[in-house]
Design a protein around this ligand. Structure first.
Ligand code: GTP
Ligand code: MG
Length: 171
């Protein structure tokens, strides 16, 4: 309805982690894209949960575009941080990017919720959400509500749980 809460959120994480695939699956069936390609810069998407109309900035995770993320920190009311739970080698890079985000003045200034997807849980040798949270040292994040869900964007497993948590934080 017209009184539904609106929220602007930011979706970040390394390239190839599955950000665009996740967001695509959250959109209404008739507006879903058939093919997902690596994001250039960013795109703006919309999806609805039970109680919130989300506008999401789907940022490119490629190294050369990561400097764009910070321009959207000021207006973000929530963050979705996507991890490729099967990419053990780059988990340290994901942690570096997360730490930069958390240390940024615009992020430090507010208590916005951060939802982590430990995505690609279907792949062999993927890390559990607990293991991912340990590698990112999420237990040290004490000034913001955060939550981590394992997900498989291809089957949508875990996506609803995550979005429901974010919805609860924003309403
Ligand atoms: P950038 O836009 O480059 O930052 O990447 P992205 O994070 O948006 O990743 P994208 O959604 O383009 O997905 C990258 C690849 O991972 C695609 O081939 C997806 O089909 C695949 N993928 C996404 N989620 C999953 C998942 O849960 N499991 C598996 N097996 N593959 C996935
Ligand atoms: Mg993308």
């Amino acid at each position: 309805g017209v009184n539904k809460k609106q929220a602007q959120i930011l979706c970040v994480g390394l390239d190839n982690s599955g950000k665009t695939t996740i967001i695509n699956k959250l959109k209404p069936k008739e507006t879903q894209a058939e093919d997902i390609v690596p994001t250039i810069g960013f795109t703006v998407e919309k999806f609805k949960s039970s109680a919130v109309n989300f506008t999401v900035f789907d940022m490119s995770g490629q190294g050369k575009y990561r400097n764009l993320w910070e321009h959207y920190y000021k207006d973000a009311e929530g963050i979705i941080f996507v991890l490729d739970s099967s990419d053990k080698l780059r988990m340290v890079v994901a942690k570096e990017e997360l730490d930069l985000l958390l240390q940024h003045a615009e992020i430090k200034a507010k208590k916005i919720p951060i939802l982590f997807f430990a995505n690609k849980m279907d792949l062999r040798d993927s890390l559990s959400s607990v293991k991912c949270s340990q590698m990112l040292e999420l237990e040290k994040v004490k000034d913001k509500p955060w939550h981590i869900c394992s997900s498989n964007a291809l089957t949508q497993e875990g996506l609803h749980e995550g979005v429901q948590w974010l919805t609860d934080q924003l309403t």
